[in-house]
Ligand binder design. Structure first.
Ligand code: NDP
Length: 454
């Protein structure tokens, strides 16, 4: 076998790249990781982790008010953006260092700089060239803001965490995960938030009952949520940004956040030097073993345009390393992947939406529970929880579980295990609940809400 500088050269130190590098090194491979921006990638620096910290910050706003009817009679404390932002920065720096240490711990070499593929076995970083038996592209995604008059005045999720000034008035464009989560964050922190979605109902891809419930709860929480409308232009005005909309109206705000999807991060990667095929959407095409159309170049995570979730990239990184360096057949099972949207309250979901379940399994039985959480019977907060189970009528298997309510993300993880194990509705029914919790509703839904009959 030819003598390369490295057995594996990973481009991108995000969730998938670092996990693949660490596992490959653990199997004895000589590994290098190139990163030009920050250790830990999107999730650690401008995604999941800082987002969740900001969600916690946002939830205090309502919690202080909730506390009053429980006997806490204090004044509402003022929110300080700089404190949150700077404490977040400190925590993220700590995590960056942990990522460095994790790689150092397995003797992987970290090379700071933008990597460019020169040929199928060579990667350049700056002036230096490195040869590698295998190259793994794990460069993730990058926010995509469409071009329109004034689009350069919009910011993306890359910038929103570190704004110098707290935006008291904010327009958020989009109807997916990021837009919905940031609408909740800035609304909770006290900003006046307007969220614009171009279609009739946001959160496309989620169960339709959850989408409707989410629209209702998010509106009640104070977000000005508008559908069937888009931005035409943004212009600088004397007292803010003037955002002109397709319905002829104008809104004046301090910032416009675009959360209109992400594209594969491929700029300057040198793909023109090798035979790596891209999909029509501009993502790297891979087979079930993460191999591109260039036999020793691999790709995984968001850059492949699959399911853009950190735990999926981690699973892909592990499967890749096991197979390529551990001599173990390993693939990723993409069925029943649980996911959460950290809006207020959270959305948690696993398995099929009702429409997709009907298309795949045929006749269904559908159960629901909608109620005011116990806490809010006293707090007075006007918020309702919605839960739904979708059951394949023929096999009695639970094939979809959806919830919008406090801690839905936490609750859904355990439900996902049961569903992956093939749990039937009868098994849910014979499981004893934990009282009083919201989660117990998942084992006490007895009345069929909708049933497909012969
Ligand atoms: P999404 O793809 O989820 O949503 C993009 C939204 O922008 C959609 O509502 C889409 O509308 C809309 N849109 C797209 N193009 C335009 C346009 N030109 N004008 C107006 N609206 C437009 O992307 P996000 O950026 O929200 O998030 C990216 C991914 O990151 C997510 O899909 C998710 O996988 C991941 N993520 C996961 C999180 C979690 O696990 N909690 C949190 C944040 C992100 P339409 O529906 O009509 O296409």
């Amino acid at each position: 076998m030819k003598d390369y500088d490295y057995d594996l050269f990973v481009i991108g130190a995000g969730s998938g790249g670092v996990r693949a590098a660490r596992m490959a090194a653990g199997f004895g491979a000589k590994v290098a990781v190139a990163e030009d921006r920050y250790m830990g990638g999107t999730c650690v620096n401008v995604g999941c982790v800082p987002k969740k910290l900001y969600v916690y910050a946002a939830e205090f706003g309502k919690a202080f008010k909730d506390a009053r009817n429980f006997g806490w009679g204090s004044e509402l404390p003022a929110f300080n953006w700089a404190t949150l932002r700077d404490n977040k920065k400190t925590e993220i720096s700590r995590l960056n260092a942990i990522y460095d240490n994790l790689l150092a711990g397995v003797k992987a070499t970290v090379i700071k700089g933008r990597a460019r593929i020169v040929d199928a076995h060579t990667v350049a970083v700056g002036e230096q060239c490195f040869s590698a038996g295998k190259i793994l592209i794990a460069t993730g995604g990058w926010p995509h803001i469409p071009k329109f008059p004034g689009s350069d005045l919009a910011i993306s999720s890359n910038e929103v965490f570190d704004l110098e000034q707290f935006p008291k008035r904010l327009v958020i464009v989009g109807g997916g995960y990021i837009s919905v989560e940031f609408a909740g964050i800035f609304n909770g922190l006290g900003a006046k938030v307007t969220q614009l979605y171009r279609g009739p109902l946001f959160l496309r891809g989620f169960d339709s009952d959850i989408r409707e419930h989410a629209a209702q709860e998010i509106r009640k929480s104070g977000v000005d949520l508008r559908f069937d409308v888009n931005v035409e232009s943004i212009a600088k005005g004397a007292s803010g940004l003037q955002v002109s909309l397709t319905d002829g109206s104008t809104i004046e705000v301090d910032a416009v956040l675009y959360a209109t999807g992400r594209k594969a991060n491929l700029d300057g990667l040198g793909l023109e030097n090798v035979h790596v095929k891209l999909s029509d959407a501009g993502n790297i095409e891979v087979d079930g073993n993460f191999c591109t159309t260039e036999p020793n170049i691999f790709a995984l995570g968001d850059v492949t345009g699959g399911i853009e979730l950190t735990p999926v990239a981690l699973a892909e990184g592990m499967a890749f390393a096991r197979r390529q360096f551990g001599g173990v057949e390993s693939t990723v099972d993409y069925e029943f992947i649980p996911t959460a949207v950290f809006c207020q309250p959270n959305i948690g979901t696993v398995g099929y939406t009702e429409d997709k379940a009907r298309a795949k399994f045929g006749k269904l039985r559908v159960f629901k529970s909608a109620f005011k959480p116990l806490k809010h019977t006293i707090s007075g907060r006007d918020e309702r929880t919605f839960m739904k189970l979708i059951v394949d009528r023929a096999s009695d298997r639970v094939v979809g579980a959806h919830m919008m309510g406090p801690d839905a993300g936490e609750i859904m993880q355990g439900i996902a295990i049961a569903m992956r194990a093939g749990a039937t509705k009868a098994l849910f029914d014979t499981t004893i609940g934990i009282h009083p919790t919201a989660a117990e509703e998942f084992v006490t839904m007895r009345e069929v809400w909708r049933e497909d009959t012969e």
